[in-house]
Structure formats: structure tokens, C-alpha cells
Design a protein around this ligand. Structure first.
Ligand SMILES: Nc1ncnc2c1ncn2[C@@H]1O[C@H](COP(=O)(O)OP(=O)(O)OP(=O)(O)O)[C@@H](O)[C@H]1O
Ligand SMILES: [Mg+2]
Length: 354
């Protein structure tokens, strides 16, 4: 690349904790009753179509992209909640077991925080019972500095910002605010002392006023422990606030990944650039410039899968640069353009900006 930018220190990345390689998840096409009678088959959806990402120790990695691009499916595969059609997921170098029993230890290490805390909490359980559940499934850890169940529940509630913890023990979820409920979900994850938290849109169901607090809480979890966080979000502005690295997904693939400040301040993929157009932190105009149909994983376009909506193609620039045939006809993989910054776009081979 021609412009002399300071190179990010990729050596600062911790050791890989979760490595996803070539992940593919297809969903069988749904067949309606009448189309079934006519012998028609629904098309399969390639929800995830070759995703490779690595979560390092102590980092916050944001997985971002529009609705339907496969973020949740990727997160569910990482959690071992669905069996991928292809690819591998490794935890500290070991491939995930496929059996329930084999996944047990892993499920303790890797905890999930969902979008909707109200749906995630059993309305008939007290906060104490909810938070203690993980310990009842996985067992209270023993050892020389062993703690009782109650001590561990109290510590998890405090860490999640619910203090004094005893005040919450006998309450029910409906007695708490949305933000407090999400804190209970986070306490339920923390109680088993995980190394990884996968948070799927953890603030999108919350009032704007408490979103910042919950994000700050998630980020604070890293202090004093080497916890790694994968945060799934459709909002690049949120990624901007919390993430060390960002992976941008489009139609089942990662199209750009790298250090957050690089990807968000100097995006190299036209899709990342288009998404940033609506992010005020990035000087966005709040005017989406993405045109065309929303992407459909049952019909993945040939060539670069973003080409039907790509402004570089639509403006005729791709043609002028002589890459149009490849954009519309040849699939492409991520390529490293700077240390730790990978992009899948024919422009980068020319050293052109999106
Ligand atoms: N259980 C399922 N059966 C069939 N199709 C599914 C299933 N789950 C997801 N899909 C499809 O797979 C694609 C990816 O879905 P996914 O939920 O992973 O997207 P997402 O990026 O998390 O979107 P959102 O931002 O809306 O949560 C979508 O087209 C979706 O309709
Ligand atoms: Mg989702």
C-alpha cells in the first residue's frame, strides 16, 4: 500500500482462544404445502458460507453486518448449539467435540449473552436461582480457595453491577428493569468463571439510556481477567465504541477484518464504507447509500457476492479500472493488505480506495 500509515502492532494480540476455520452452515429450504404438492423444493440458505475468524485472549472482537448476514448462526455454531456443515472450531487448539458430554467442559468456558434478557430469564425463578443455575449444571469448583454456591452467586451479581447482591436474591425478573435483567443474564454467565463470552446484540433490546452502561460493564470484565468477548452487532457505531478488532460480514462471509480503528477509520471494502455512512462517530451522514435488494442467502450472486449492490460497480468505476469482469464473475477470498487487516475486494489489488 502506498500511504505510510503506522502499522498496528499485531504482536499485541493474545493467544488464540477460539479459532473458526471455513465454517459453513446451510439451512434446508422450507417447502410450503402447495409447492410441496407440486413437487417444488425450497432452496437451501447458505447462512454461513466459509467464515474464518479468531478470537484472541483478552480481546473484544465485533462481528458486524446487516440483518440476515449470518452473525447469529456463526455465534450459535461457536457455542456448539448447531452442527456446522463444514469447517472446524477449535478451543485453545482442540477441535470441539460433537457430543453433548464432550461439549460440557467447553460450555462452561464459553458463555452466551442473548439479545433479549426477558426471554432468556425464567419468570418463575428468583434471581438467586437463575444465577446459581450454571453452578448446579457445572458444579461448584473445589480447590484450596473453594467458595460456597452463595459466595459465588454474590460475587457474580456484584461483578455484573447488582449491588448489594443480597438485595436481588429473592426478586423475580419482572421486578427488575431491562438493564438490570441483562445484568442478571451476565451474572449467570460470569458465575461459572468463563474465559469467553459470546454476546449476541446484547443491548439492542434495551433502552438507549442503559446501553452504554451494559457495554461498559462488558468491557470492564476484561480488567483483572483475560476474558475474551465476541460481540455480535448490526451496529458499526457500537463496534466502534467497544471492539479491539472488527469483522464485517456480508451474506455469510467475512469481507473485511482488522483492528477496529483501521477498519472503521480507513475501511477498504466498499461494503464497510457503505455501512459507516450511517455511523455518526465516523462522520456519517445518516443516509444509507446501499442500494438494491437486501441480500438473500438462498440466492448468492456469482463473483463478489456484494457486486449487485456495490457502489464501485454501479458508478462504472469498476469497469473503468478493468476489474468489472472479475467483480461479477469470480469469487474471491480475503487477502491481507496490512498486518492483521484482511479484505476481499478486487480494488485492493490495484491499491485503490473504495
Ligand atoms: N433455523 C433456521 N432455519 C432456516 N433459516 C435460518 C435459520 N436461522 C437462520 N436462518 C437464515 O439464515 C440467515 C442468517 O441468519 P442469522 O440469524 O444468522 O443472521 P443475523 O446476521 O444474526 O441477522 P440479525 O441481525 O437479523 O440477527 C438468514 O437468512 C436467516 O433467515
Ligand atoms: Mg442475529
Amino acid at each position: 500500500m502506498s500511504d505510510p500509515q503506522p502499522e498496528p502492532d499485531v504482536a499485541e494480540l493474545g493467544v488464540p482462544v477460539v479459532e473458526v476455520e471455513g465454517l459453513e452452515v446451510n439451512f434446508k429450504g422450507r417447502v410450503g404445502f402447495f409447492s410441496g404438492l407440486l413437487g417444488r423444493k425450497g432452496s437451501d440458505a447458505k447462512a454461513v458460507d466459509g467464515v474464518s475468524i479468531t478470537l484472541h485472549e483478552g480481546e473484544v472482537l465485533a462481528l458486524a453486518g446487516e440483518s440476515g448476514c449470518g452473525k447469529t448462526t456463526t455465534a450459535r455454531a461457536i457455542m456448539g448449539l448447531l452442527i456446522p456443515d463444514a469447517g472446524t472450531i477449535r478451543y485453545r487448539g482442540e477441535p470441539l467435540a460433537r457430543s453433548r458430554r464432550g461439549l460440557r467442559g467447553y460450555r462452561r468456558q464459553v458463555q452466551m449473552v442473548f439479545q433479549d434478557p426477558t426471554a432468556a430469564l425464567n419468570p418463575r425463578q428468583t434471581i438467586y436461582e437463575i444465577v446459581a443455575e450454571g453452578l448446579r449444571i457445572h458444579g461448584v469448583p473445589g480447590g484450596p480457595d473453594a467458595k460456597t454456591e452463595e459466595q459465588l452467586v454474590a460475587r457474580a451479581l456484584s461483578r455484573a453491577g447488582l449491588r448489594p447482591p443480597e438485595r436481588f436474591y429473592l426478586l423475580y425478573p419482572h421486578e427488575l428493569s431491562g438493564g438490570q435483567r441483562q445484568r442478571v443474564v451476565i451474572a449467570g454467565a460470569l458465575v461459572v468463571d468463563p474465559t469467553v463470552i459470546v454476546a449476541d446484540e446484547p443491548v439492542s433490546n434495551l433502552d438507549a439510556s442503559v446501553r452504554g452502561e451494559i457495554l461498559a460493564l462488558l468491557m470492564k470484565l476484561r480488567e483483572g481477567s483475560r476474558i475474551s468477548i465476541l460481540i455480535v452487532t448490526h451496529d458499526l457505531g457500537l463496534a466502534w465504541t467497544v471492539a479491539d478488532r472488527v469483522a464485517v460480514m456480508y451474506l455469510g462471509r467475512v469481507v473485511e477484518v482488522g483492528p477496529a480503528e483501521e477498519v472503521l477509520q480507513r475501511p477498504k471494502h466498499p461494503y464497510t464504507k457503505a455501512l459507516l455512512n450511517v455511523v455518526p462517530e465516523a462522520g456519517g451522514t445518516e443516509r444509507p447509500i446501499l442500494q438494491g435488494e437486501p441480500p438473500d442467502p438462498t440466492r448468492i450472486p456469482k463473483g463478489c457476492r456484494f457486486h449487485p449492490r456495490c457502489p464501485v460497480v454501479a458508478s462504472g468505476r469498476a469497469e473503468r479500472l478493468g476489474i468489472l469482469n472479475r467483480c461479477i464473475g469470480e469469487d474471491l477470498a480475503l487477502e491481507e493488505i496490512a498486518p492483521g487487516h484482511d479484505v476481499a475486494c478486487y480494488l485492493t489489488g490495484l491499491g485503490e480506495e473504495p
